[in-house]
Design a protein around this ligand. Structure first.
Ligand SMILES: [Zn+2]
Length: 178
């Protein structure tokens, strides 16, 4: 089945009448009660964390989509949360370490295949400085953690388009620094 949201938003979430979904605008309108909503990009965060050998921390995904592939630590921004709060929270939850400093790196759009439909996201990447890795562990939705020299990362192993783009930009910046 086509995973485009146009195929999945048919009924009004407020009154349950059949509605009209405009695929071009990604907009839903209910003619019965007037309820409207737009499918906007959901904000997510991704963390670039290096160790003192200049290797980048990557998490091997323990859940679908892309179970077994490499990903940057991160996740969705909660309602009423800032992106900065979200990246600090996700790193603490996923890895049990606390960054000393975070620095905004850029934003990268993505299509996230979740429960049979496409969720549009914008991944906000942050460079995160962690000086103390002694408490490092990982939670159940991660199979393992690896540290890899950025230039040695195999993009065939990386889960998402946006994460590849983040790592590419990071590689380029590192290359230009040398
Ligand atoms: Zn309605």
């Amino acid at each position: 089945m086509d995973k485009h949201p146009v195929n999945h938003y048919k009924y009004c979430p407020r009154c349950a009448a059949k509605g009209i979904f405009n695929a071009h605008e990604l907009a839903f309108k209910c003619n019965a009660c007037g309820f409207e909503f737009y499918i906007n990009a959901s904000a997510a965060v991704a963390a670039l964390i290096e160790n003192d050998r200049g290797e980048l921390l990557l998490a091997r995904r323990g859940v679908n989509p892309h179970k077994g592939k490499l990903d940057l630590p991160g996740g969705f921004v909660d309602a009423l949360e800032s992106a900065e709060q979200a990246v600090m929270r996700e790193i603490k939850e996923e890895l049990d370490v606390e960054p000393d400093r975070i620095e905004y790196f850029g934003s990268f759009p993505n299509e996230y295949d979740f429960s049979g439909t496409i969720v549009y996201t914008v991944d906000l990447a942050f460079k995160c400085t962690v000086s103390n890795f002694s408490t490092l562990k990982y939670r159940d939705d991660i199979e393992g953690i690896v540290f890899i020299k950025p230039e040695k990362i195999d993009f065939g192993e990386v889960a998402f388009h946006s994460i590849k783009k983040i790592i590419q930009k990071f590689q380029n910046e590192q290359h230009n620094r040398k």
